[in-house]
Design a protein around this ligand. Structure first.
Ligand code: NAD
Ligand code: UGA
Length: 317
């Protein structure tokens, strides 16, 4: 089996590629190091992969590159995990929207156009809990009403729709996975736990958006990766939530961090950020029944692993 992982230098893409390479599969990774966070962090994510003979890396922008010259046509069908995107909910306003539409919508359409004329096993798209918006009923089910409240969420939903219509019209075997706030080693530096751990270890202030009583269904990276592997057998044209199965307030996260790090956090409450949903909570019934997905990592255990990674890697940002 041959795999293509887009966004391979990122947080989730690098973990996914490592998992596949360790299983002995041939993996092609593409990334263009967009400047949302520093390149050296992404280079670090790729360090082990680049030493592996069954991994090939292309520094290419999916918006412009010639995929036929990267992926040689052969009899081997390819499985595509499409994770490349401009991530981040709160940065997607104003002039930045163009970066989101380009990397999240146009790139996805371009990849699907290519996929429709090559031999594909599966096209698995990284969607997001942000497609739900402020859902009236929790937990969020795959067929709940979708009303994103951030421009980012709109672009991720457009990507999902594109996957569906390329399946419906051209038979591209697409599956969309809606991830719920992912955490663990290599978490992006704009994300909450990365910022909170950094601040606490350096005795700096933590800024909490709003009252801190917003909830998130946080999902540990290993569970997200397991969801991808299980999705290889998913029925085409479908969408699945991949969540942690529980939700917790941001204030409770701070309490757990204080316990683990054995120190008091310096917390400052600032205004709620536009684009942030109040709550997320994944119904994982569909993923459990069809994919046999069950998240395994306990919250505190996952948080400890992210802290250990942060300390060991001596992340500077
Ligand atoms: P990330 O920013 O760490 O990784 C994304 C990677 O895609 C980056 O390395 C970036 O350089 C690359 N990329 C972007 N545009 C590209 C292009 N045109 N060509 C080539 N490479 C390009 O983000 P992440 O947190 O690992 O997220 C991965 C995917 O998961 C994204 O699609 C994101 O929307 C989705 N997602 C993430 C979370 C989360 O909690 N991290 C939750 C829901 C969905
Ligand atoms: C995350 C990812 O960043 C998105 O790319 C992804 O699409 C989304 O999950 C998803 O699940 O779909 P978010 O939930 O905002 O988005 O993740 P964090 O940045 O880790 O924030 C978690 C919570 O902490 C939010 O309620 C946010 O308001 C809060 N927060 C974050 C703070 O209070 N302070 C901060 O400095 C950062």
């Amino acid at each position: 089996m041959k795999f293509l992982v887009t966004g391979v230098a990122g947080f989730i893409g690098s973990h996914l590629a490592e998992n596949l390479v360790k299983k002995g599969f041939n993996v092609i990774g593409i990334d263009c190091f967009i400047d949302y966070y520093p390149r050296w962090m992404k280079e670090k994510n790729l360090k082990w992969l680049k030493t592996q003979p069954n991994f090939t890396f292309f520094e290419s922008d999916l918006f412009t590159c010639d995929l036929n010259s990267i992926i040689q046509s052969s009899d081997d069908a390819i499985t595509i995990f499409h994770l490349a995107a401009q991530a981040g909910v709160r940065a997607s306003w104003g002039g930045n929207f163009e970066i989101y539409t380009k990397n999240n919508i146009q790139v996805t359409q371009r990849l699907l156009e290519w996929a429709k004329q090559v031999n594909i096993n599966k096209f698995i798209y990284a969607s997001s809990s942000s497609v739900y918006g402020d859902c009236e009923e929790l937990p969020e089910e795959e067929d709940s009403i979708l009303k994103p409240v951030s421009p980012y969420g709109v672009t991720k939903l457009a990507g999902e729709h594109l996957c569906y219509l390329y399946w419906k019209n051209f038979g591209v075997p697409t599956v969309a996975l809606r991830y719920f706030t992912v955490y663990g080693p290599r978490q992006r530096p704009d994300m909450a736990f990365h910022k909170f751990i950094k601040a606490m270890l350096n005795d700096k202030e933590i800024e909490i958006y709003g009252d801190g009583n917003q909830t998130r269904d946080f999902t540990y990276i290993d569970d997200i990766i397991e969801g991808h592997i299980l999705a290889l057998d998913a029925p085409d044209g479908e969408v699945f939530n991949i969540g942690g199965g529980k939700r917790i307030t941001v204030n409770s996260v701070i309490k757990i961090l204080e316990k683990i790090l054995n120190k008091k956090a310096k917390v400052k409450y600032i205004e709620r950020q536009k684009g942030d949903v109040r709550d997320t909570f994944a119904s994982i019934t569909k993923a459990n029944e069809i994919l046999n997905y069950t998240p395994k990592t306990k919250f505190e255990e996952g948080l400890r692993k992210e802290i250990e990674w942060y300390k060991k890697k001596q992340v500077k940002v």
